[in-house]
Design a protein around this ligand. Sequence first.
Ligand code: LLP
Length: 417
Amino acid sequence: MFHYINCVLHAENVPVEIIAKEVGTPCYIYSNEILTKNFKDFDNALKKFKNTISYSIKANSNLGIVKTIASLGGGADVVSAGEMCIALKAGIPANKIVFSGVGKTKRELEEAIKNEILQINAESEAEVNTINHIALKLGKKANIALRVNPDVDAKTHVKITTGKKENKFGVDWDIAKDLYIKASKMEGLNVVGIAMHIGSQLLDLDPFRLAFTKMADMVSELEKEGIILKNLDLGGGLGINYNVELPPTKEAYAQVIEETLGKFNKHIIIEPGRSIIGEAAILISEVIFTKDMGSKHFIIVDAGMNDLMRPAMYDSWHTIVPVVKKGLAPITADIVGPICESSDTFAKDRIIEPVKQGELVAMMSAGAYGSSMSSVYNFRPLVPEVMVNKNAFTVVRKRTTYEEMLSGQTIPDWLKK
Ligand code: LLP
């Protein structure tokens, strides 16, 4: 939990200032309590189904976070062999790992088949053929699902919509049944499931209801063809609160699953990312300078778009608060980073209590697609990540050094003297 005690922001029982002093800024701070609660809320909501909560590692791939998910009994949704490696390293059993993605390479598919993961969500006919071919070569049977594209509008940001016909994701609805029939005859495949993921940060349950109803129709159609699926993978996408949003509860989401797919009594897989880790982290940054230009007041902080890409990429809102509240009258300011791009802006014309050089601010709900999308642009080191558990905190990723950043680089022979 992140809360103020005597006007000072705390992560659980630890004053944020103490962490910033120890690890420096910018830094990400995670609350074990929020992370655990979010997972358990899904777990409770899905109790009535045989289920696997396959946490979507792309939202945050920190080993400490993934290990926490593993310790709670969670699985993983991975989109690369790298993410599969983290999931296995964190102790997530292979039979709780699903592998999604439109462009899995042969090497990645081979690893997934060798690891005998729960299912590979194939997204095209070419991928189905390739998986079959590799499995036969390895003398194995690969567990596959088809990720179908239900052509449903998720009513979310266009850049994070994935379930419309014009998006690159999934197998076209109209050919899905035929592809199932073909796949079910392939020697190298166990056709075990169906998968969907229609988009991210959904604040309305209706698109889920529509998509899950379409999935139910497909499951029934396939049963008529003698294709009996075990796993229904519903993807992720449940939204969270960044500002004034009112996301559906996990209970209400589970209710939609019950209404649309409950009758099948099958294994339900979900792939939540944001709704597990999003609100469980803040990004702490120090004010480097403030300056006035015409009518504009700028607060220049030491975090940049390379540390938290979301505002630059999706114009997304992160609430920004001073770490120590002084009760001053709010001002209107642009809160910007030090990167040499105008899009390096965390907030435009934001109403905020004034903060001065050397003071700290916190960017809220930064756990999902924050550190995992960060880069070293402007040759800035990756920032530390700290996990807090009640009174204790531990650095779960240290700040990258310049030596580490340079370690893979070499100077061409012809430039060496
Ligand atoms: N499953 C699949 C196949 C996905 O593609 C995604 C997210 C998820 C699960 C997890 O979705 P979630 O529960 O987190 O909504 N970078 C963007 C979000 C991109 C989401 C990509 N896919 C952002 O910062 O808003």
